[in-house]
Structures are given as C-alpha cells and as structure tokens.
Design a protein around this ligand. Structure first.
Ligand SMILES: O=C(O)CCC(=O)C(=O)O
Ligand SMILES: [Fe+2]
Length: 176
C-alpha cells in the first residue's frame, strides 16, 4: 500500500503492477534481551536495511528502535501495539534516485523492562529483474545516481565482511 502511494506520488504508477509481481518477502522474528549491564545496551547495530521496503511490528510494549535523523541525532520511537513502522531500504533509495533515503536505525535496550519482541518483513526484487530507476525520475536536475543492479547480488556484496563497514554500501556498489 505504501509502495503504491510512493509510485503514485512520483507519477510512475504504471510500473507498480509489475513491481509487486516481482518482489519476494522475507520475515524475521526477533527477540532482544534486556541489557544486562550498562554497556551492553546495543540490541541491533546501526544499519540501513538492504531491502526495497521493510515493515516492523513490535509485538510487546518494550520500545528500543531508534532512527538517525537528517541532523545526525538518534531518536527513539515509541510504538503502540497496533503500529507498524514502514522503513525505506537501500533498494528504494536507488530506485527513487535518492529522493527517498534509507535511514540508519538500531535497537537500544534498557535494563529494566524485560525482553523486546518484533517481527520485521523485508521486500526484495526477484533475481531475474534489476532494481532500476524509472526514466521519469531522472532529468537534468536529478542526474542518475545509481546504476541498475541485481538485488540478490547486492545482498551477496553486503554479506562480505569487508563491505559491511562501508559508510554507504549502496553508493560503493552501484553509485553512478
Ligand atoms: O526490531 C526492530 O525494531 C528492528 C529490526 C531491524 O532493524 C532489522 O531487522 O533490520
Ligand atoms: Fe533494520
């Protein structure tokens, strides 16, 4: 639904049908233990998602998700039991020619409130297709910033130890 709105808002809804037909989904259930000592608060290291789009649903009342804002400051998100976070991944950042940014996020755990549970779903483009910026999103003011790429090959690139520490893996992988 959100992806459809994004396609419509950029006037490229004609690509939406073929897009939804060519994404696969991966779901992951997470349990984060409460921090045992002051230093051990990091539940999930800061990262950007490598997906096209992600959704995160926290299944209990223990918050911990933090997002890095444009100003570089981290802020925590308080999630109600019914809320679903929609997070842009690296692939939609490339697709949108950098209009939509994939934010850095992490999970920080406190010591008191007990374990945190969440379910995340990630969408990925099928192997036979490329993540490609629609030509409508490229013009003189917005030159093409990312070359088209195979999504699974990008995941393989990122899974290599030496590429995990890159400041922006996407730019290193397919920056134009
Ligand atoms: O559990 C969360 O809130 C975030 C999980 C996450 O960022 C991820 O799995 O990529
Ligand atoms: Fe994530």
């Amino acid at each position: 639904m959100v992806v459809k709105m994004v396609f419509e808002s950029y006037g490229v809804e004609k690509y939406y049908e073929s897009h939804v037909k060519s994404v696969n989904y991966l779901a992951r259930v997470m349990k984060y233990r409460e921090a045992q000592v002051e230093e051990a608060k990091l539940g999930f290291v800061a990262h950007t998602d490598k997906s096209f789009m992600s959704t995160i649903h926290q299944t209990n009342q223990v918050n911990g998700l933090e997002i890095k804002g444009k100003d570089g400051q981290w802020f925590g998100v308080e999630l109600s039991p019914s809320s679903i976070v929609v997070m842009a991944g690296d692939a939609i950042m490339a697709w949108s020619n950098n209009r939509i940014k994939s934010p850095h996020h992490r999970v920080m755990m406190g010591e008191e409130k007990g374990a945190r549970y969440s379910i995340a779903q990630f969408s990925f483009m099928e192997d036979s297709l490329m993540v490609e910026t629609p030509k409508e999103l490229v013009d003189e003011e917005h030159p093409l910033l990312f070359n088209s790429f195979n999504h699974l090959d990008y995941l393989k690139f990122f899974s290599k130890e030496e590429n995990r520490r890159l400041e922006c893996a996407l730019k290193s992988y397919c920056g134009a």
